[in-house]
Design a protein around this ligand. Structure first.
Ligand code: CO
Length: 136
């Protein structure tokens, strides 16, 4: 598998509205999109720095995994996403072969129409890891 860069960092926040001003007014980044991902019960706000995005994640339901994360750990980095050059499905097969526990057995559709899949943090040294294939 070939990873090319950190595609995005996912950051759990209680409120996009309260968090966006920090990224815009203090860090000087620009929120270029807000998108709801119904499948994951989150609303996301996107910023870009170089090739890497910052994706703020606000839960839209108490059943969202982000709601659970906020309750247990509070606001902060939720996951790291690597861009894969040669297909998420291939990468999943390869890491599974190496004994890594998968959350997603097959790629699914994430924000911005990316193919994404998560690896279990128990297998990845505590960092919830997402593999994704940038839009084509
Ligand atoms: Co993500």
């Amino acid at each position: 598998m070939e990873l090319t860069h950190i595609e995005h960092l996912g950051i759990a926040v209680k409120s996009l509205e309260e968090s966006i001003p920090y990224y815009e007014n203090v860090l000087g980044l620009k929120c270029y999109a807000i998108e709801e991902v119904a499948d994951q019960k989150v609303k996301t706000a996107f910023f870009k720095i170089g090739q890497t995005k910052i994706e703020l994640l606000e839960p839209t339901s108490p059943e969202s995994t982000i709601a659970g994360f906020l309750e247990k750990r509070g606001e902060g980095i939720h996951h790291m996403a690597f861009a894969v050059a040669d297909g998420v499905a291939n990468a999943l097969a390869e890491v599974e072969e190496k004994g890594i526990r998968l959350i997603d057995k097959a790629p699914r559709r994430g924000a911005e129409g990316l193919d994404i899949a998560f690896l279990h943090p128990k297998s990845t040294k505590g960092v919830l890891t997402e593999l994704c294939e940038p839009g084509k």
